[in-house]
Design a protein around this ligand. Sequence first.
Ligand code: FAD
Length: 303
Amino acid sequence: MSSPYATLPEFEYARPSTLEEALKLLAKYGEEAKVLAGGVGLITFMLERLVSPRIVIDIKKIPELRRIEYTEGKGLVLGAAARISEITRYMDSNPRVREKYRALYEALSRIADLQIRNRATIGGNICEALPFMDSYAPLALFDAKLRIASVEGERETTITDFVKGPGFLDLAPNELLVSIELPDPPRESRSGFSKIVPAIEYSVASVAMLVANPVDPRSREVRIAVSAATPAPIRVREAEEVFRREGDIVDLLDAALDRMTSAIKELVIEDPYASAEYRLEMLKVQAYILFKRLLDSFLQERG
Ligand SMILES: Cc1cc2nc3c(=O)[nH]c(=O)nc-3n(C[C@H](O)[C@H](O)[C@H](O)COP(=O)(O)OP(=O)(O)OC[C@H]3O[C@@H](n4cnc5c(N)ncnc54)[C@H](O)[C@@H]3O)c2cc1C
């Protein structure tokens, strides 16, 4: 629904150029402040009077928050204010990085349209705290570390601990998400992302999956993360464990999908957009298709 208001509520505007300055402003204003990154979500919420901050702190001019950097053996670091399209462009010009973090690339390149991806930032996507955010499942899949700072110091968390549910984050009013660090994925791994977007703009069931060393039971690894169908992102470790059993990986798939269903079924969202039953079924179907796709890519490579 569009906003009945044509104008924004009044607010003060600050555009710090250092992280220190931004943190001092957050410490001073606390709950009266709102961080502005791309503004795609915040400006809409302000137009709709869902939030009316006394001060808006624009973080886009802080160089540290715009970093996009990959270091072999260490991983990928994304500043919270890096735009979605900057990240996918970086990956397009570094195909090895794109393939390492393929599930993230596939998720980010399918957010809304180019206009929105040119403004929206990875940190804003995370901090909007709505279940369908496309960055969630891949960040859970790659064990991303979220770096949070305040004037009191820094701490590190994970996406599954940080996002608590619709509108709820483990983030104090004086804290800022600074960066997202994705460690190098396992060697020889493949990953992918899939979502179901019905008539609405947003996904009702998203899955990210990673497969490494599929033929060797001792070293193989399968990771599964889901979002959009549940209030917050989940790494489905119960299903991942099934793939540690002896035997052909393909023969373990049904048991793993059953474990996934039993692990999350009580948490699945039921709303007018999609029933819980449909969402759960779509998670299973997408996990099945992703698994086959990733496995096929190994087989093709080995000829
Ligand atoms: C038409 C449309 C289609 C969309 N389609 C999709 C889609 O397909 N997939 C998808 O995932 N999303 C979709 N979105 C949502 C969109 O991706 C998010 O609104 C966007 O990512 C928010 O990023 P931003 O940088 O604009 O954040 P902002 O609007 O600037 O901020 C969002 C919230 O996060 C807070 N915040 C931002 N950065 C930080 C930080 N570093 N630390 C602490 N708090 C912070 C802000 O205070 C605010 O509360 C869509 C939005 C629209 C309007």
